[in-house]
Ligand binder design. Structure first.
Ligand code: DQA
Length: 155
């Protein structure tokens, strides 16, 4: 699976700790990697401050990665290129945010990626990483065994 982080998330630990906590990006990626290993998955990670790098990474995951967990940072709120790239990715997709953007400034209330992901996890801080990995595991299992699908997964 692929874990993606967008702009400014390389500054986690230093950047607005009252909003994003004191853990670094490496801390979060390490936690995610451990959770993925427990779930029997390998995890690739990319952080970039450039929208194009994230689009390319999503393209590169097509047909190769089972799932993407993405925190697009501020690109969440306006990067339609990420919306389109994620729409073209057939695997499981989870949007993840450390803070709850819906409780913050009005411009953060719109997510242009939300309509093309399976689920969005917001406001859980560091706990969001293992929870997102568990969500990936469950959604992949659901895809592998459609008969066991819960009503919530029906169209
Ligand atoms: C964020 C929320 C975004 O609004 C913000 O621009 C970020 C971080 C989060 O993880 O809470 O950079 O994606």
């Amino acid at each position: 699976m692929l874990l993606l982080h967008g702009p400014n998330l390389n500054l986690l630990g230093e950047r607005e700790p009252e909003v994003y906590g004191t853990a670094t990006l490496d801390d979060h990626v390490g936690e995610a990697r451990r959770a993925a290993a427990v779930a029997g998955m390998t995890l690739e990670h990319l952080q970039s401050n450039a929208e194009a790098d994230l689009v390319e990474a999503i393209h590169g995951a097509r047909g190769r990665c089972a799932a993407i967990v993405v925190n697009p940072g501020a690109l969440t709120h306006y990067a339609w290129s990420l919306h389109d790239a994620l729409a073209a990715f057939g695997g499981v997709k989870i949007e993840l945010h450390l803070s709850n953007p819906n409780r913050r400034e009005a411009w953060r209330h719109t997510s242009v990626v939300a309509p093309v992901v399976d689920a969005s996890l917001v406001g859980l801080g560091a706990d969001g990483y293992p929870l997102a990995i568990d969500a990936v595991r469950r959604l992949l299992a659901r895809r592998a065994a459609p008969a066991a699908t819960s009503p919530a997964a029906s169209p």
